[in-house]
Design a protein. Structure first.
Length: 263
């Protein structure tokens, strides 16, 4: 896969935000919904920030936008084997991230009359994970899914190495390397023991089957090894789940100079 390399994360974010904004405008003209698949965490932060700027600059109407988050940490409920999302007030909650770092700034940029309805921020439900795939399909699929990759094990969302290509939304046990990567993503974790061991996540099959366009973003020298692995991939490699990008519709690999330094 031939990557597109940008000088820094901010240029990368602006370029991807322009693609999303163009898609929003097109969907608005056609009178149809636009579904944006989003990861939490640091990789897409510059894109979300730049997208809010595009919304304000273009005066975009977000009332037809749905944001479909990739995953959420879960904890076991009172009944063994049943799971519930972590408290959305916690710093590592993906629901908190979606509300505060994606939808909040977008709606501020759009203004009250053009804001995205808050019930259009979607999360997979650990009590019924498979319903998420149907919910997305019923809306016509995901127009653009932004992906990120784990630096140490190539996880995408919470899909660990060894995940079969057909996997749909499910409750997953997080690999130890994934949890170690998340110590960097969320500095509020004091130790590995603080990182939840399970999460509800879209599957790699969900990403491949439901997305009309996919762009994986990686920036910083710590993602250089992951970038090399992705650039060399020609099909899905279960030991590096983010290689599902190669099997997706209209895939794109966006890197900054730091992530691309070993290519």
């Amino acid at each position: 896969m031939s990557p597109t390399v940008f000088p820094d994360p901010y240029a990368l974010g602006r370029a991807l935000a322009t693609i999303v904004a163009d898609g929003l405008e097109e969907a608005s003209r056609e009178g149809r919904p636009y579904v944006l698949g989003c990861p939490g965490g640091r990789s897409a932060r510059t894109t979300y920030h730049a997208l809010a700027g595009e919304v304000a600059r273009r005066g975009l109407d977000l009332r037809h936008l749905t944001v479909a988050m990739m995953d959420e940490y879960v904890v076991e409920g009172p009944v063994p084997g049943e799971f519930r999302p972590v408290d959305p007030r916690l710093p590592h909650s993906c629901l908190r991230f979606g509300r505060e770092e994606i939808v909040g700034p977008l709606n501020t940029a759009a203004g009250e009359d053009r804001s995205m309805p808050l019930d259009r921020l979607w999360m997979p439900d650990p009590a019924d994970p498979e319903a998420y795939d149907k919910r997305i399909a019923d809306l016509g699929g995901i127009d653009l899914f932004i992906l990120a990759t784990g630096a140490g094990d190539g996880h995408v969302a919470f899909n660990a190495p060894g995940t079969p290509a057909c996997t749909r939304t499910h409750v997953a046990r997080l690999a130890e390397q994934t949890r170690r990567d998340n110590l960097i993503t969320f500095p509020t974790f004091d130790s590995l023991d603080d990182v939840p061991s399970r999460g509800v996540t879209v599957g790699v099959g969900t990403i491949r089957e439901q997305s009309r366009r996919t762009v994986l973003v990686a920036h910083g020298p710590d993602k250089a090894a992951a970038a090399c692995r992705l650039a060399a991939a020609v099909s899905y490699e279960p030991d590096w789940p983010s290689t599902i990008l190669t099997d997706c519709a209209r895939p794109g690999l966006f890197l900054d100079a730091g992530a691309a330094q070993a290519l």
